[in-house]
Ligand binder design. Structure first.
Ligand SMILES: Cc1cc2nc3c(=O)[nH]c(=O)nc-3n(C[C@H](O)[C@H](O)[C@H](O)COP(=O)(O)OP(=O)(O)OC[C@H]3O[C@@H](n4cnc5c(N)ncnc54)[C@H](O)[C@@H]3O)c2cc1C
Length: 505
């Protein structure tokens, strides 16, 4: 075990899209702050480095998934995974924050001491097996929302009999050759609708096997307005215009789904009728038993999934799996789908704040007993914020605002001489609800381990960019829930080693 004497003003956990964005914001706005990014893996990019399945791409547009401060320059609005990874790396290098990443540092524990107003953080190094300890004044969790080591796979019967390969998209084998093979993709979410047309390009045949249909909408792969404006506007002007256009359109689509679900269903249906071959059973395969945005809507660029269905290289089957057999999958209806490869695009295992165990003054924090403050801090947990993006719009839109809020908060604390800030839950009569209000399987499986939210600000997670923009960037920081203080130090703060020694004793 190594105990270092290092103290940082801010520790960012995670070098994915959010962690790199957080570092850029911090470095630009508060260049005097010392910070590092601890990243569990060997490389940056998070999601966009981990997922390597065929066709991997965004399902929201890059003008809003990109950072507010780094224009997305490609004409592709729905972009492939490697381009997004390159964008993250390029931004990290342009801002010099790549030098601040410490790879193979998995943060496992953090203990807050009010007395000293510091976090003592423990990280495990995958390369050396050492445990690294350091202190920091603020923890900025940018650790995403799901487990990296294992995707979700239901317990299907009979998998041991199956003579082909079963693959989870989260662990795509580099050597998988599916050309000329029969493939069954189990799932109906974003990953399934991406994989199916991509694999159909060379596979003998692909079947998308789903238990329940999803709303699937076709959008242009290239933004036509960006294409038009790009002819006479410089990138710097074009980017915010197209970003705002897309923010407003996605808000309109979400609000329409919430307030006029029948109208939204009708519009989606019209789109499907236009794109799918005549006689295709839309009711069976693309009419979900819930309203749009009760679960995430799936986007397919330029209708690629529908094109593949038209070409007969793809079938959609809506049924239940009875069991795997030697040759494939037998369904509840009795039909057997023969397959050489079965891909279980059955989702993720959600995980809050990177699985970190936190305690405050020796008392473990049970995250599910906390209430989210402005969707980014947690009641009773000092000096910690988490970059948790939108589920109904691009992740980065919210994370950018969270980063701006955190830098405002740190500036405010410095200028007022505060060392501790903690949201205090003072509304015991206010009913709480789950933090994430989607009804997708992966959310329902994990939502009990996530913090709660309540029905009004600052405890409500609005999922609304304009509201959040006002709340996080423009409204005053000080409110009744946020408690600033300056706990009296009992020992020399410039000597964090003294603190580590004290905690260890
Ligand atoms: C296949 C796929 C497609 C998606 N497409 C979209 C899309 O089109 N639009 C959209 O808005 N969202 C999309 N999402 C959601 C997506 O995850 C976010 O958009 C975004 O990439 C999240 O970035 P992040 O940095 O917050 O998290 P991640 O990308 O998950 O990165 C988190 C990083 O933190 C590290 N980490 C985690 N725990 C620890 C720890 N304890 N210690 C140290 N390091 C740790 C991880 O190793 C990882 O590098 C998609 C998700 C998936 C899985």
């Amino acid at each position: 075990m190594t105990a270092t004497s290092e103290h940082l003003d801010v520790l960012i956990v995670g070098a994915g899209l959010s962690g790199i964005g957080a570092a850029c914001h911090l470095q630009t706005t508060l260049p005097g702050k010392s910070y590092a990014i601890f990243e569990a893996r060997e490389s940056m990019g998070g999601t966009w480095d981990l997922f390597r399945y065929p066709g991997i791409r965004s399902d929201s547009d890059m003008f809003t998934l990109g950072y507010s401060f780094a224009p997305w320059k490609s004409p592709k609005s729905i972009a492939d995974g490697p381009s997004i990874l390159a964008y993250i790396k390029e931004t990290a290098s342009d801002y010099g924050v790549d030098r601040k990443v410490r790879y193979q540092h998995r943060v496992v524990r953090a203990e807050w001491s009010t007395e000293d107003a510091v976090w003592t953080v423990e990280a495990e190094r995958a390369d050396t097996g050492e445990t690294v300890r350091l202190t920091c004044g603020f923890l900025f969790m940018c650790a995403g929302y799901y487990r990296y080591d294992e995707g979700y796979s239901p317990d299907f019967k009979g998998t041991d009999q199956f003579s082909g390969r079963i693959i989870h998209p989260q662990h795509w084998p580099e050597d998988l050759d599916y050309a000329g093979k029969r493939v069954v993709v189990i799932g109906s979410g974003a990953t399934a609708v991406t994989l199916v047309p991509a694999m159909a390009e060379t596979a003998a045949h692909v079947t998308m096997l789903q238990r329940t249909p999803t709303y699937v909408v076709s959008l242009p792969g290239r933004d036509p307005i960006a294409g038009l404006l790009g002819k006479f506007l410089p990138q710097k002007l074009l980017y915010p215009i197209v970003r705002w256009k897309n923010v407003l359109l996605s808000m309109l689509s979400f609000q329409l789904s919430r307030h006029k679900p029948q109208l939204m269903k009708g519009l989606i249906r019209k789109g499907l009728e236009k794109q799918l071959p005549e006689g295709f059973d839309i009711d069976k395969h693309f009419k979900p038993p819930y309203d749009p945005w009760d679960q995430r809507l799936c986007v397919v660029p330029d209708g690629d999934l529908f094109q593949a269905i038209k070409k007969d290289s793809v079938d959609v089957v809506t049924d239940q799996i009875d069991t795997f057999t030697e040759k494939g999958v037998r369904l509840a209806s009795g039909t057997e789908l023969e397959a050489d490869i079965v891909v279980t695009a059955t989702g993720l295992n959600m995980l809050a704040i990177g699985g970190l165990q936190i305690s405050v003054d020796g008392k473990p924090v049970v995250l599910s007993e906390t209430v989210g403050y402005k969707g980014m801090m947690f009641s009773g947990v000092p000096n910690l914020a988490a970059a948790i993006g939108y589920t109904n719009a691009s992740w980065t839109l919210k994370c950018d605002l969270v980063c701006q809020y955190v830098t405002r908060l740190l500036e405010y604390m410095d200028s007022h001489g505060y060392r501790q800030v903690v949201p205090r839950w003072t509304e015991p009569t206010l009913p709480t609800t789950p933090f994430v209000d989607l009804k997708s399987g992966y959310v329902l499986r994990a939502v009990d381990s996530f913090p709660k939210q309540a029905s009004r600000a600052p405890w409500r997670l609005y999922q609304n960019y304009i509201r959040d923009l006002m709340m996080l960037r423009h409204r005053p920081l000080v409110d009744e829930a946020l408690e600033f203080s300056n706990p009296a130090p009992t020992r020399n703060q410039s000597d964090p080693q003294a603190h580590i020694a004290a905690r260890a004793s």
